[in-house]
Design a protein around this ligand. Structure first.
Ligand code: AMP
Length: 551
């Protein structure tokens, strides 16, 4: 089936797509060809640094061309989805552009995902290959063995690709994939594949924290996904001289926009680190000029050794409210600080470079694109709330999804009648010194934000109730100084399981560890919010933040 006929993919209405094209926001090149274009302009400039490994734009371009040709030679076909479970490093970057160049669709799952998540996502996307990374911590989870298990009896998964694992009869290491193919031949093949791809064709699958059930799949399309990144780079005024550090998981949407496509759209250098790298040392040793810090890393701003990162010019803070001392600490260092509110579904709000201090310190700013449309509605309605009052942020625009993939029923609830995405975030719109900007005041979606990883409460509750001794379950967030939030499970049941027993149950179901509750409370009955039996989570959240009684 051609992509244009895929009923699972919700397209932009033709009139809006034309408007985005006419306004020059959507370009005519694919992501792969945008990268290649930058590579012809910046051939000898470093595109990627990871420790001692450096790839120039030309090197990364050629290697990813060959990767693409090698993947097609292996038997993969344009349009095939490929699951990614990788760590930060140079090979995932080569693989990323290589997959796009072959017309394959990267599926951005997490290396932390296990059977429960991967089996559902791979079935929903009809993944054909699974790229796994064996370079994790020694004695850690065996992703290669896991990929082989996943392929058993799976209707579409046929290829296991590996990073950091020896060659085997049933898997293909990607380190030298296609390296025997002459660079010109690989380029010609890539051009042929790219010629057949339209600007509104599917490019990438990202995952949403979602509001119900298992994670929803977000389709990101060629032109809009690249536009999202170019406008991010433009926001920060990048001109190609920057050295942009990124330490979060690169295959997250934030990683792709802020860490990979953003710097490459500007012709800048990505200085890639790992989530466990000490950030001030990385910034200092690499002479990085820019970094985005997620909520769990905000304390870096208070680290005295950050003063030694002399090249640092800009810090973007994203993921949760910014405490005043953290913002002030950056100012004392003479570093520009601003905020970003973003999501895998698209919309970004950013504080303009020239915005007054109060806008940058206390709000997440304004929409990134001039054609973003934002409404603040009374939750669950299409009734606008006045400025100054909290309501649900709803949005549509040139890089916001028009529907989750293969989720027609969910889409009816997740969008307004005129196609605005209901984000589930509560915001207040206000005027500060002539700037109309937004602040995030909470959320109505039922999830826990654990250091940037979203835990879907309903999904975990259903898994908890599947235990024979549990009759009711509710998962709520407890505030945590480092991660922002952690999950606390309230349970009602016939036998009081211990926390390790509950975790063993989730482990046996193949649930990713970051979703396991970190605190457990047993109740004789759940507090109810109404007569139809809806659990009163507000009350549970209050209970969860109260000091723990010894039981
Ligand atoms: P994700 O799609 O995983 O990037 O998560 C997006 C969600 O993270 C948003 O819908 C918000 O709930 C939350 N989020 C992102 N940026 C911010 C921010 N600056 N402040 C508060 N919450 C944020």
């Amino acid at each position: 089936m051609s992509q244009q006929d895929d009923p699972r993919l919700v397209r932009y209405p033709a009139s809006l797509a034309d408007e985005y094209r006419r306004a020059g926001l959507w370009g005519s090149r694919t992501i792969a060809e945008e990268f290649h274009h930058r590579a012809t302009l910046r051939a000898n400039h470093p595109a990627l640094e990871y420790g001692c490994t450096v790839y120039s734009y030309a090197e990364l371009d050629t290697r990813s061309d060959q990767f693409a040709a090698g993947a097609l030679e292996l038997g993969l076909r344009p349009g095939d989805p490929v699951l990614l479970q990788v760590h930060n490093g140079p090979y995932p970057v080569i693989a990323w552009y290589g997959l796009l160049k072959a017309g394959l669709i990267p599926v951005c799952t997490l290396s932390l995902h296990r059977r429960h998540e991967i089996s559902e996502i791979s079935r929903r996307t009809r993944a054909v290959a699974h790229l796994v990374d064996a370079t994790g911590p020694a004695g850690g989870f065996d992703l290669v063995g896991f990929a082989h298990e996943q392929a058993q009896g799976h209707p579409t998964l046929r290829y296991v690709l590996t990073i950091g694992a020896p060659a085997a009869a049933d898997s293909t290491p990607v380190e030298h994939l296609g390296s025997h193919i002459p660079a010109e031949d690989a380029r010609a093949l890539v051009e042929q594949v790219q010629d057949a791809i339209a600007d509104d064709d599917l490019a990438v699958f990202q995952l949403s924290g979602g509001t119900t059930g298992v994670p929803k799949v977000i389709p990101r399309l060629q032109a809009e996904y690249w536009y999202n990144a170019t406008s991010y780079a433009d926001w920060l005024g990048w001109d190609g001289t920057e050295r942009v550090a990124f330490v979060g998981p690169l295959m997250h949407n934030a990683g792709i926009i802020c860490g990979l496509h953003g710097p490459h759209a500007a012709g800048a250098t990505l200085v890639l680190g790992s989530p466990h790298d000490p950030i001030p040392t990385l910034l200092k040793d690499t002479g990085s000029t820019d970094i985005v810090l997620g909520g769990a890393a905000y304390d870096v701003t208070l680290d005295p050794s950050l003063a030694e990162a002399h090249a640092l010019r800009r810090v973007v803070l994203s993921g949760k409210k910014v405490p005043a001392p953290h913002f002030a600490a950056l100012e004392r260092l003479g570093v520009w600080a601003g905020q970003l509110f973003g999501m895998g579904e698209g919309l970004c709000l950013t504080t303009r470079r020239d915005a007054p201090r109060s806008v940058r310190a206390d709000t997440v700013g304004t929409p990134l694109s001039p054609l973003d449309e934002v409404r603040v509605y009374e939750p669950g309605t299409e009734d606008p709330v006045p400025d100054g009052q909290a309501g649900e942020l709803c949005c549509r625009g040139p890089y916001t999804l028009r529907g989750y993939y293969d989720a027609a029923e969910h889409n009816r609830r997740a969008f307004t009648s005129d196609g605005f995405y209901r984000t589930g975030d509560l915001v207040v719109r206000q005027d500060i010194e002539g700037h109309q900007c937004y602040s995030v005041e909470g959320r109505i979606k039922d999830l826990i934000n654990r250091g940037g990883e979203k835990i879907n409460a309903e999904e975990v509750e259903a898994l908890l109730i599947s235990h024979p001794d549990v009759t009711e379950a509710a998962l709520v967030a407890v505030p945590d100084a480092r991660l922002g939030e952690r999950a606390c499970a309230f349970l009602v049941g016939t036998r009081h399981l211990t926390l390790p027993e509950v975790r063993d149950h989730l482990d046996a179901l193949g649930v990713a560890k970051y979703k396991w509750p970190e605190r457990l409370e047993w109740l004789s009955e759940m507090p109810k919010a109404n007569e139809v039996g809806k659990i009163d989570k507000k009350k549970l959240r209050a209970l969860a933040t109260a000091p723990i009684e010894a039981s």
